[in-house]
Design a binder for this molecule. Sequence first.
Ligand code: HEC
Length: 244
Amino acid sequence: MKKTITALLLATIALTSTGLVLAAGGAHLESANIDVDDKASLQRGAKVFTDYCLSCHSAKFVRFNRVATDLDMTETQVMENINHIGAKFGGTMTAVMTDDYAKEAFGAVPPDLSLVARSRGVDWLYTYLISFYTDTSKTTGHNNVVFKDVGMPNVFWKQEGVKEAVYEEHDGVKTLTGMKVVEQGTMSEEEFHTMIRDLVAFLSYIGEPNQSYRKSLGVYVLVFLFFFFGVAYAMKKDYWKDVH
Ligand code: HEC
């Protein structure tokens, strides 16, 4: 019996770890290194998202007024800085582009991004957004290291600059080993990476708006359990002292 349980446990661990490797798609992922408690970063991320992504992607589970409350923004700030789609203050973030048009123009419908940070993970998102490179064989003129033949155009090429893929060839097999900048963008690499970090932090926040509360609550629960263990143990000792 013991042996069967150990074998089952080992099999589960092996399966979960292969799952994780497969989920990463084999490509090396950069660490997103985001801070979802940093309100200033989330506010900047909200602006980047609504300026650059909402034209094609929606985030239909997100309401502007909820963002205002959670990110300490006033109604005026939200309506002037991040609501460019003419939605009401209590309205949701819906894409400007229709699905039919997107399918015709990009060959794929841009998915809703409300939960993308949970389905893809923040490291994948960060790496994806900094991994576009020039590929003239594509209609968009770009390709992506972690999402091969992606239908999405590189929306940040002006800020990031133009990058070309670097390949290494071994026995006739070409592998992509990195990227080199061939035309400088309007931002330095550090500025660009900070902007993407803010954007990914915002995507992580919308994927689970309560995550900061959940984490701080978790600490209180652990502290409570720690003290409660002491009380329970003292009570157990007291109740059982006459039994032995
Ligand atoms: C011009 C339209 C357009 C804009 C603007 C745009 N995207 Fe996309 N995006 C797409 C399309 C189309 C796809 C689907 C690609 C495919 O399936 O090949 C996509 C796919 C994605 C995916 C992959 C989703 C998944 O899980 O498969 C992510 C993440 C993403 N976009 C994030 C963003 C972010 C963040 C922005 C803003 C910086 C943005 N996109 C701006 C069109 C756009």
